[in-house]
Design a protein around this ligand. Structure first.
Ligand SMILES: NC(=O)c1ccc[n+]([C@@H]2O[C@H](COP(=O)([O-])OP(=O)(O)OC[C@H]3O[C@@H](n4cnc5c(N)ncnc54)[C@H](OP(=O)(O)O)[C@@H]3O)[C@@H](O)[C@H]2O)c1
Length: 337
């Protein structure tokens, strides 16, 4: 039986919103009514499933017209409006960090903890994890299941698309037109690496770094210890991560590779002799997969140390649009809509 999907998409004009629309079309998900909503683009049209649809104003939208709503417009918009949509009977998927750490809000990567969605009894808020967390946990999950991860350290190399359309424009104008005045970032991003993503917290870590800690514990296992360094790099799209993990069970390089291989949504690209490893320029092109390469393993006393290089499309892929669309699909398959 066909389900009725009346979807409000807040942030339809944004970097992520555009990719959500693209994925809904690609996956042939039948949307009965689409309400693209925004602020500065109200009145403009978007083309979706052979129709031109006008972007409406979020502030004057009646939330009860939607039974599913995706908020892709940042924390303050979600904070102001998301609960109102839930109270009006809509499931809400929020891509911002506003609700991720609230105890009663599930934080979902469908392949890992999607079964939580099946248990929802009424329209609820569902949080989409941070881009760096999602791509990382997709790779760590099979390793943790088989070999038990005690600790990992991750250094991220995050693309400017992770900060939205103004950040992409800033990198382009600094690179191609020589403008150096930073607006989105605290320092020039062209030809530079900025060891700060999001704000600094009292513990000297940035909020982006702590998101990796909090979200790993909430989604995968509260016993895993995590330390992170997040840097913004002058890459247009595609986040890269250098991961170092410690597991208490022995695992050779070949064993780690065979344990990851075959994981849905993860692609191993690891052939050093043929210079095969993922890079954001080559792999982050509207790709749904998370790529992992440069896999190394070492036995130190009783522990195994493993190093990995993980790359994914942070906008189209698991970091944002794809994960949100998969949550929507899970709501449909578990008869919530
Ligand atoms: N980019 C990523 O890699 C990534 C990854 C994970 C999560 N996210 C999250 O995804 C969300 C969207 O990010 P983005 O990169 O797509 O940002 P973006 O390109 O800057 O787009 C922001 C969108 O939000 C809308 N918006 C802003 N203020 C609004 C308001 N007051 N009322 C209604 N709509 C409003 C804008 O609409 P108008 O253009 O009409 O003003 C625009 O469509 C954010 O929550 C972000 O944290 C992004």
């Amino acid at each position: 039986m066909d389900k009725t999907i009346n979807l409000a998409l807040i942030g339809a004009s944004g970097v992520v919103g555009q990719k959500i629309l693209q994925l809904l079309e690609k996956k042939n998900i039948k949307i009965n009514k689409l309400f693209p909503l925004g602020k500065s683009t109200v009145g403009q049209t978007i083309h979706f499933q052979n129709n031109d649809i006008t972007i409406g104003d979020l502030d004057s939208f009646n939330p009860s017209d939607a039974n599913i709503t995706i908020f892709s417009a940042g924390s303050s918009v979600a904070k102001t409006h998301a609960r109102k949509f839930v109270e009006s009977g809509s499931y809400v998927i929020d891509l911002s960090s506003e609700f991720r750490y609230e105890e009663d809000v599930p934080l979902i990567i469908p392949e890992i903890n999607g079964s939580i969605i099946d248990l929802l009894e009424k329209p609820s808020l569902i949080a989409n994890p941070n881009c760096s967390t999602s791509q990382l946990l997709m790779v760590l999950k099979p390793i943790h299941d088989k070999y038990g991860i005690d600790f990992f350290n991750v250094a991220t190399y995050q693309a400017v698309s992770g900060t939205g359309k103004e950040a992409i424009a800033e990198l382009k104008s600094q690179t191609y037109e020589g403008n150096t005045e930073p607006k989105v970032y605290p320092k020039p991003i062209a030809f530079n690496v900025i060891p700060q993503c999001d704000i600094f917290l009292d513990n000297a870590f940035t909020k982006e770094e702590m998101k990796l800690v909090w979200e790993t514990k909430k989604i995968l296992d509260p016993a895993i210890e995590v330390q992170a360094t997040c840097a913004r790099v002058p890459v247009l799209n595609g986040h890269s991560e250098a991961v170092f993990l410690k597991s208490s069970n022995m695992a050779s390089r070949d064993e780690i590779i065979s344990c990851i291989e075959g994981t849905p949504g993860v692609c191993v690209m690891d052939d050093p002799d043929n210079l095969e490893y993922p890079t954001p320029l080559e792999q982050a092109n509207d790709s749904e997969d998370v790529y992992v390469g440069r896999i190394r393993s070492q036995q130190i006393q009783n522990d195994t140390w493993v190093s990995l290089w993980v790359v994914a499309d942070n906008v189209y892929g698991k970091g944002a649009a794809l994960n949100a669309v998969q949550i929507l699909q899970r709501l449909v398959s578990s008869n919530k809509l």
